[in-house]
Design a protein. Structure first.
Length: 666
């Protein structure tokens, strides 16, 4: 009997499908193999049989993901088995997606090696722009580059070879099932510690989860609302503080206050690795010596461990926001101006006759900083483009060129009072130094710490920054400006190198190594003998404290307090909002964390436990409850403030110099 053309097409489709009966299920299996190998490299060299158990426990989610991928693809393929063209398209599509998943497994390994965490949507968003190129290329080793090519190629070849088999071995299927069961139900060794917990996550699912959170806007979680009116009082109308003392600095009788100000913000420099703050590494010998003529603040914090958040706090004296509310609704661009922003210290001093400048040896277009500073009191705003120096990395030029420009600018009109903000860049990852510059071995005679290579580079580049600070102070003395100039040194946030917690870089947690920053006020006349204070504060307090030292009125719009005011709240607040985020506060010796997604919290006594190793959450229930209420009141205030920013009434008012208060809604 003669077959019709339609019958022939059906027979061909069946034959084609029978040639590849389990193509996509094999794809799921080989994808699982690739993902497990990537996790194995992340675990490091096997040391005992426990390594194998940790591998299972850290990768069973990856195997489950790959199995679901293979089953899903195979199910679709079976559903269209009689349509040859559709089958071909589906096979090619799933093979391509599987190859991309294999590439991403290699990328995830590289990211985990660099940051001890999986890649997330938030992290990708932070890495946009050409400036990050140097940081990324520093981790793109030739084995990783080779794996990016070989992993998808081998995956596709193995899928093609496996697809020729008419069946899938039951032993392999049972092995995948056993792998998942062991990972699910065996006591976990892999998830011990932060690093192990993050390693056990599926990087593919984490990327999907974080992307969905951003798209759906479900970042907020549950914030307790059981705070009292007393808790609310500190924030509800913050400029009511005009009724209380806003200044507290008292120079010695007859002593003239300084008239010039230089604010140095050191990129990625916390207290963790500064000998001035107890580090065993002699990173800043010059600053430690100059502390004999300075006030050293010992308990100062970045409100979030990334640059732009500190930029907002340092310049505008406001808390930088919450993970789900970043930009105040009324602070949008209007033509060439920025509406609603509080005054800067530059605008305050410019109105009093000061020259003002903002210098950065990085890229001021990052985060729109250049645009925001154009209309807020600075005579000039310059970044690496204006310094006329060769690029050291994609982030910017060497710090020495920044200090060259600052010294040149000061010398132009040394008799006129001035304010200069200088934000360094060289201490940012990848911690690059001038070629052929000798390096100090900070680990001589002692065991090398975790991530010793990267840490060694970082410590050396801090030493370079210290040399530039010493050069600046020497120049001020030569010009006869030392006694008349207040030099402020701080860091925008810290940097982690796996000690004492399993994390690297910055932006991810509110542990001390990421948010505890230096703050030094240098002036030989005001501080002829070095002084130290344990007052707790943050970058939001910086401008108010400087204004207090200068004897300049503190604007009502600033959220910060002068650190010299007696009776000020001895606390500050912070947030980490990259990936999985947490909110926190420091009050006296206590530090409290809260995760609004899980509702879990942690409490540490930094006086007895400066490394944050002993969680006292269960033992200090009353203290936890009180600090949680205070933190919740701050969160509620921040939401209301950021969504409805302050405005000035034309006629002004008696309690805020024209500032209309924003109340807290619950």
């Amino acid at each position: 009997m003669k077959q019709s053309d339609g019958d022939l097409e059906t027979v061909d489709s069946v034959r084609w499908f029978n040639w590849k009966p389990l193509a996509l299920f094999w794809g799921g299996f080989w994808l699982a193999v690739v993902l497990v190998i990537a996790k194995g490299f992340s675990l490091g060299v096997p040391e005992s049989w426990h390594w194998g158990l940790r591998l299972i426990q850290s990768s069973f989610r990856d195997v489950l993901f790959a199995l679901a991928f293979g089953l899903g693809g195979q199910g679709v393929l079976w559903a269209v088995a009689r349509h040859r063209r559709w089958s071909k398209t589906i096979c090619l599509t799933f093979a391509t997606i599987g190859g991309l998943f294999a590439i991403y497994a290699v990328v995830a390994y590289g990211v985990f090696k660099a940051l001890d965490r999986p890649l997330s949507f938030d992290l990708i968003r932070l890495m946009r722009g050409a400036a990050v190129q140097s940081s990324i290329m520093g981790y793109l080793t030739w084995p990783i580059a080779l794996a990016l090519i070989l992993a998808p190629a081998m995956f596709i070849v193995l899928v093609w070879l496996g697809a020729k088999r008419p069946t899938f071995p039951r032993l392999l299927l049972g092995g995948m099932g056993l792998w998942i069961m062991v990972g699910l139900f065996c006591p976990s060794e892999a998830s011990a510690g932060l690093r192990g917990e993050r390693l056990s996550l599926s990087p593919h699912l984490e990327l999907l989860r974080s992307a969905l959170m951003n798209v759906t806007g479900s970042r907020k979680g549950v914030i307790p609302g059981d705070f009292s009116g007393e808790d609310q009082e500190e924030f509800e109308v913050f400029w009511k503080r005009v009724k209380a003392p806003r200044t507290g600095f008292k120079p010695m009788e007859g002593m003239i206050r300084p008239k010039n100000v230089i604010v140095l913000v050191l990129e990625s420099v916390g207290t963790k690795y500064l000998n001035l703050y107890g580090s065993p590494y002699e990173t800043m010998p010059n600053l430690r010596k100059e502390a004999e003529h300075a006030m050293v603040f010992e308990q100062i914090y970045a409100h979030a461990p990334y640059t732009f958040s500190t930029f907002m706090a340092v310049n505008f004296s406001i808390y930088p926001g919450l993970p789900w509310v970043y930009a105040p609704s009324g602070w949008a661009a209007e033509g060439k101006e920025v509406a609603g922003l509080p005054p800067t210290l530059a605008s305050v001093l410019q109105s009093r006759g000061h020259r003002t400048a903002y210098f950065h040896n990085g890229d001021m277009d990052w985060g729109g900083q250049n645009f925001m500073l154009q209309k807020v009191g600075y005579d000039i705003v310059q970044d690496h483009r204006d310094l006329g120096a060769p690029m050291l990395t994609s982030w910017g030029v060497e710090d020495r060129f920044l200090f060259d420009r600052l010294i040149q600018w000061i010398a132009e009109k040394p008799g006129q009072p001035f304010l200069a903000y200088c934000w360094t860049d060289q201490t940012h990852n990848p911690y690059a130094r001038r070629p052929n510059l000798p390096s100090e071995d900070f680990f001589t005679g002692q065991p090398k710490p975790a991530h010793a290579e990267a840490l060694g580079k970082y410590l050396n580049v801090i030493r370079d920054a210290d040399a530039q600070i010493a050069r600046l102070l020497a120049t001020l003395r030569e010009l006869g400006l030392a006694d008349d100039t207040l030099v402020v040194v701080t860091g925008d946030h810290g940097e982690a190198f796996g000690d004492p917690h399993d994390q690297q870089g910055h932006g991810f947690t509110v542990f001390e190594e990421e948010v505890h920053v230096p703050l030094v006020f240098w002036n030989p006349r005001l501080f002829p003998e070095g002084r130290r204070t344990g007052a707790v504060g943050g970058h939001v307090d910086l401008n108010a404290t400087i204004a207090d030292v200068l004897g300049v009125p503190v604007p009502d719009e600033w959220q910060g307090h002068s650190l010299f005011v007696e009776g000020r709240p001895n606390r500050t607040f912070f947030v980490s909002s990259v990936d999985r985020y947490s909110l926190g506060m420091r009050e006296d010796q206590w530090k409290y964390f809260f995760d609004p997604k899980s509702g879990k919290g942690s409490l540490y006594d930094l006086e007895s436990d400066p490394l944050e190793k002993r969680d006292l959450f269960e033992l200090e229930a009353d203290r936890v409850k009180r600090m949680r209420r205070r933190l919740s009141a701050w969160i509620a205030f921040e939401e209301a403030f950021l969504q409805a920013p302050l405005t000035r009434s034309p006629e002004g008012d008696s309690e805020g110099d024209g500032v209309k208060a924003v109340g807290v809604t619950r």
